[in-house]
Structure formats: C-alpha cells, structure tokens
Design a protein around this ligand. Sequence first.
Ligand code: BES
Ligand code: ZN
Ligand code: MN
Length: 504
Amino acid sequence: MTYKVLSSIATKSVNSAELLKIRTDLLIIGVNKKTTSAIELKSLKNSAKSLITQSIREINNGSRKSIFLPTPERLKAKNLLLIKEPKPKAASFLWIKYFSEIMNLAKSSKAKDFAFLVTSATPKTIDLNWLSEISARTFEASAYTFNATKNKTVVPVSVKKGSLLFGGLTSAKLKSVKASVITGHAVGEGMNAAKHLGDLPANHCTPRIIERKTKALKKHFPALKISSLNEKDLAKLKMGSYLSVAKGSDEPPRMMVIEYKGGPKHKQPLALVGKGITFDTGGISLKPGSAMDEMKWDMCGAASVFGVMQTLARLKAKVNIVGLMVCAENMPSARATKPGDVVTSMSGQTIEILNTDAEGRLILCDALTYAKKFKPSHVIDMATLTGAVVIALGSPASGVMANNQPLADKILAAGEASGDRAWQLPLWEEYEHCTKTNFADLANIGGGREAGTIKAASFLSNFTKDYKWAHIDIAASAWNSGTKKGGTGRPVPLLAELILKGNL
Ligand code: BES
Ligand code: ZN
Ligand code: MN
C-alpha cells in the first residue's frame, strides 16, 4: 500500500493574464512587503483593485494573518486566499509551519484542488528549488489524515491535487523547480507512508502485518527487491539477542530486507536499519501505565525505512540502498526474557539483559551485525531508542551519534537543509563503562540514568566496528503527543536529503 494523498502537484509558470484564467477551487497567494509590485498580479489587482490592495495592506500592517476572499469577476479561481509569508530569513520550521497552515486552510475550505502562487516578489535570497521542494513536501504531508481505524467518524480529505504557479521564471528555471516539486512530493509521500504505519494501532500493525505491507510495495515499485526473515531464519543466523525480545510475545518477529539498486552496479550500498518494535510494554521490566499507548510508535525507525525506500523508488534515484526493518513485539509472559538472563548475539558477544525495557538495542545489535553481509559503505540506524533523548533535545532535534565524523557532519547538514534537524551527542570512550558486567561480555544497561541516549549508542558501537556508522535517536521527533498526537514522518526528509544530495 502506498500513501499518496495528492494525486499530483503540477508546476506551471504564469503571467498576469494567465493568472486570471487558472481554474482552481482555491488560489493561494503568499504576501510580503513587496507583493503589490509583483508583475503577474497586475490584472488581478486591476479586476478588484481596492479589495486586493487593501487585503495585502491589512496583512502587511499585521492586523490580519490570512484572508479568504470570494473571487472577483474575470478570475476563474473560485476562492482566493491571501496569507502572510514568513520573513525571508525565517528558520525552516517556520516555513514548514506556514505551508502546513496553508494546507489546513485548504482542507477546511473543502477545496478539491489548490494553486499556490510563488510570486516574483519572493525575496531573491530564497532558493526557489528549496522553496519548491519543501512546499510540495509539506503540502503532501499535511494533506494526510488518519482514517484507517474509524468507522463512523471518518474525516474525508477534500483536497485531491494541487499546483505550484511561478511568476516570472525562465524556462530553464521552471524545469529545475519542476524537478524539485516532484522530489518534494515524493518525500511527502514517504513521510505519509511512515506516519501511517506509525499511527496504526499495534493490533493492526504487528510484525507480520508490516511484512505483508512491505511485500505489497513490490506491486507499485517493481524496482524494490523485498524479502523477509522469520523466526526460524533469525534462529539459523544465531540472532539470540533479537529473538530474546520477541520471546514474550505470541506475535513472531520479522525482519524485512528492501534492496534498491539505482546506482552504479559496483557502488557499495548505504544500509539503513530501523527499529521496529510494534509495541513496547517494557517486557518483564514493565513500563508504567500512563501514556503507554504511545509505545505503538516504537516502530517508527522501521517506518522511516519503509517510507524513504518508496521515495527513492518513486524518484528512480541513482543510488544503492539496503533497508532493514527490524520488527518484534516486546511483551511480558511466562516465556519472556527475565532480567539477568544472558543471551548470545549473532556477533558471538554474550549480553546480560538487566532491563528488558532496553530492548531496542537488543534487536538492533543483531541487525547491525547482519548488515555487514551487504558490504555497506555506511550504516545508519534510526530508532526510538531512549526516553533520555526526549529530555535532552525535545522534538526539534533527533540525536545523532557516530563512529565517523564526516558521516555525522553529512547527517547534520542534511537535517539543516531539509528542516528535519538533528544534533550530535558525543560517543566518547568515557561512556563505555556502562556495558560492563561480571556475567557476560556486555550488559544492556548500566551506570544509572545519566546520559541514557549516549549509553544506548555506546552499547550499539560494540557491533559496528567494521564500518562507518551513525545512529539517529528519534524517540522525540518521530511522533507528537498531546492534541496533535500522531506520527510526524521524520526522519524521512533528513534521510531523503542525505541520500539524494548528501554525496555519501
Ligand atoms: N521505546 C523506548 C524509548 C522511549 C521511551 C521512546 C519514551 C519514547 C518515549 C525504549 O525501548 C525504552 O524503553 N528505553 C528505556 C531504556 C532504559 C530502560 C535504559 C528508557 O529510555 O527508559
Ligand atoms: Zn522501545
Ligand atoms: Mn523499551
């Protein structure tokens, strides 16, 4: 299943006369201090002179932020929305919020389609390719609505398609922004795919259901090579650590492998490894009850692999990527792993499981060992790994730790460029003592509550010595709590940016 909401986002260039002829339910114009001078708005202003000029003035003097107008005669658009644009130097998150607000207004106006005009008064300091990509991405991502488990309260999404109109572009520039719009739309779709998997309740999204959905991708994206490993396959590979997490559940684990080869034949792939705990009760080290429902999003690392692989296939990206979705359910039961149990990982290192709630690292360590078989140039894992990263960084930034600084730098840069930001934490030797124990080669926790995010990464670093590796802790960024409760689709934008432009 794919999760495209908008069937298309077209890109067109318009002049003043053509703007009047655009047929759409909703024409949207961003307003800044220079908007009145935009040449492509000339006929529109003439046809409703006082109304448009006055609305632009009201937005600019701060008395209104957005204005809906019934459209003047001669204009083919049914409605007109004028909305205040962020300041040119505004941080990316403000631009993302702006495009998301536009889509929410379009949804609430029940428009079936929209046309967003990027005027020639757009400040020259703004890179139009960036603006095109991020707007198309955010329009698609914000059009997403979760209805899968509703019967009587389904909220139908009226908006089916859109277009981006550009005033005053050369044909070469138009061609290049068109490509950015296509990229942005595909990244938005990948985000929606990730959000949808995350938002599905755990009883509708078990490892086997994820396996089915992943295999179904093949229908839409024949370029993806998809396989899965079941509990027997994992046992043959001696993944004792991974299997110990699934032991308490009636739902068997599954590891999905998605291969995409769009790049030069012999170029080593980038491996992406995603934590896919479909529900994390904590196991025998049971979590407290409050907000435990949120642990259905503990598979968002795997969901981001699912999302970004579709984006790459849709774009026919010229890259080689292997995605691993490491799925299991963490439950307490008579068969569950107990604190103090010692298991043997695929790497041969034994692990004393002192806390069954530190399960993410236990499934990832075996997947990280398995990843070696693909001879990856780099390995990046994404995981909702620690509550500590929620405390350290909150939702604005995902936490990055790496054994290779150039790789960390590229991830941070991709975060800045895409507005899906990340911040690095140190992975120093000083933190390594946390895995020491008298009873196994490693312990899965240790050393108290301090630096929990780094200690989790430090544990993983014992399994990633043979390649360049980075770990992204997305426990705070992958979903929102509170009234906006739901998946965010992160870090799909960061990964897409890194893979498509990061030059790895
Ligand atoms: N999935 C959780 C991390 C988590 C907690 C994400 C809260 C989002 C919000 C992870 O499996 C976990 O339980 N981690 C423990 C580790 C601890 C036992 C060392 C944690 O962070 O409390
Ligand atoms: Zn977890
Ligand atoms: Mn846990």
